[in-house]
Write a protein that binds this ligand. Structure first.
Ligand code: GDP
Length: 479
């Protein structure tokens, strides 16, 4: 596959001379009628802020995820819940307590395995819990296109209050547009002060019901198993509001929650079915992996014939191990499964090659994407060295903008740039700004992998000026 520079420029509605300049920066001295290969064309197009869709992509992916073909057959489905909160506030304890009191599948006291998600029953209704607490996994999955969580339970320890990771979790959840239920945990402790938690949450624009807001809150003790029923009722109440529905009669689609290579059983994946029903014998693709379902197992190890919407199941029969966050879909036959899997692996390789210079979250590219999409928000994650400068920066950035575009800061925090910041930025197509702080090694690696731009500043004026320029489309891409 090749294309002339002229043709490429035409398709992008860009000037040929600009394309030639970019190619020069790549070390290629070419003229307008010369041809370049598809990879280089993609790289250039992305550099100029275009979203590249190769024809083959729509051919291959077409019809794989058929959103919108479910009218008429929609029935309610259980909510899928993720638990988040600060370290040691009791996320794991809460997950364990809920699991051991309420496991839906299997007999009480039966051996349950950690397969990455489980279901419980409350008042005859099912609720699915994702078994990996914290916002890291949540956001990592989201950055891979998966939206697996309907409701987030935010755990705040009543003796410790709102902490930095609590705030991070709030921002990650908000960026995903997922409703929060607050679980004020450890109320058994003598120094528990639930009221302080409620007040502190106000600062982060979470107004709980008892203070006149609409965020549900429940005081619990994971340790003494107090009010777990109430918490589950709150989840059901919230999910009623969300009117969660899916069509169980179509071929299954969903998200991979966990993937591992098991010595005895081969590749094993826990998947969350989100639409349709997954059956033994189905052929499915997940990312670059495919397989024929040999067996479906619940968290209690029971073999089942099928799994409907919001059900987590272990799938045996993959040829390779899919990754957490991969979306899966059932396809008509093996040939199709191979075709999609091969194609995706190829695209993944190509993207990895092209990435280095085509940062997805670069300020300039984000601007041109914004222009194309007609969206009006310039999304940023801001990290600063001290609270004072952070507030000054956020204040200044929020004042920028006009009717066409304004900055939206989805997360601001004190401290170095972490992998979690990059993950959030990637999931939200945001850029990261660091003021007097650096990125950790992991964060730098993740930013390269995910193509998220990190910009560092030590003068507030420069920072604000750059964003202003980017917003007016004047910032030249860094190459
Ligand atoms: P995570 O880091 O958020 O997953 O927190 P853990 O579930 O590991 O809990 C941290 C510590 O708090 C552990 O020592 C738990 O036993 C304790 N803990 C959790 N929930 C409660 C609770 O409701 N009451 C009391 N007193 N301790 C709790």
């Amino acid at each position: 596959e090749t294309i002339t520079i002229q043709e490429l420029s035409n398709r992008m509605a860009e000037r040929g001379v600009d394309v030639i300049k970019l190619l020069m920066k790549q070390g290629q001295m070419l003229k307008i009628n010369d041809t370049i290969d598809a990879d280089m064309a993609q790289l250039i197009a992305e550099e100029l802020g275009h979203t590249v869709k190769r024809v083959a992509e729509s051919d291959v992916e077409e019809g794989l995820f058929r959103i919108g073909d479910e009218d008429g057959d929609l029935v309610s489905r259980p909510p899928v819940v993720t638990i988040m909160g600060h370290v040691d506030h009791g996320k794991t304890s809460l997950l364990d307590a809920i699991r051991s009191t309420k496991v839906a599948a299997g007999e009480a006291g039966g051996i349950t395995q950690h397969i990455g998600a489980y279901q419980v029953e409350s008042k005859g209704q099912k609720i699915t819990f994702i078994d990996t607490p914290g916002h890291e996994a949540f956001t990592a999955m989201r950055s891979r296109g998966a939206k697996a969580t309907d409701i987030v339970i935010l755990v705040v320890a009543a003796d410790d209050g709102v902490m930095p990771t609590t705030v991070e979790a709030i921002n990650h959840t908000r960026a995903a547009g997922v409703p929060i239920i607050v679980a004020i945990n450890k109320i058994d402790k003598p120094d528990a002060d639930p009221q302080r938690v409620r007040t502190a949450l106000l600062q982060h624009e979470i107004v709980v019901e008892s203070m006149g807001g609409d965020t549900l809150e429940v005081e619990v003790s994971a340790k003494q198993r107090l009010n777990l029923d109430k918490l589950l009722e709150a989840v059901l109440l919230q999910s009623e509001v969300l009117e969660l529905k899916a069509n169980p009669t179509r071929p299954a689609e969903g998200t991979v929650i966990e993937g591992k290579l098991d010595k005895g059983r081969g590749p094993v994946a826990t998947v969350l079915v989100q639409r349709g029903t997954l059956k033994v014998g189905d052929i499915l693709v997940a990312g670059g992996a495919w397989g024929r379902v040999r067996a479906l197992l619940t968290e209690s190890g029971d073999a089942v014939r099928d799994a409907g919407p919001s059900t987590p199941v272990e799938v045996l029969g993959f040829q390779e191990t899919p990754e957490a966050g991969d979306r899966f879909a059932v396809v008509e036959n093996e040939a199709r499964a191979r075709e999609v899997a091969d194609y995706r692996l190829r695209v993944k390789r190509e993207k990895a090659q092209a990435r280095g210079s085509a940062a997805r979250g670069s300020l300039a590219e984000m601007m041109s994407q914004l222009k194309e999409s007609g969206r009006k928000e310039f999304v940023l994650v801001v990290k600063g060295d001290v609270q004072g400068s952070l507030e000054a920066i956020v204040g200044a950035l929020e004042k920028l903008g006009n009717d066409e575009v304004r900055a939206r800061i989805i997360h601001g925090g004190v401290g170095g740039i972490t992998e979690s910041d990059v993950s959030l930025a990637s999931a939200s197509n945001a850029a990261i700004i660091g003021f007097n702080v650096r990125a950790s090694k992991e964060a730098r690696e993740a930013s390269e992998r995910e193509g998220v731009e990190i910009r560092y500043y030590n003068i507030i004026y420069d920072l604000v000026d750059d964003v202003k320029k980017a917003m007016s489309g004047m910032l030249t891409p860094e190459i």
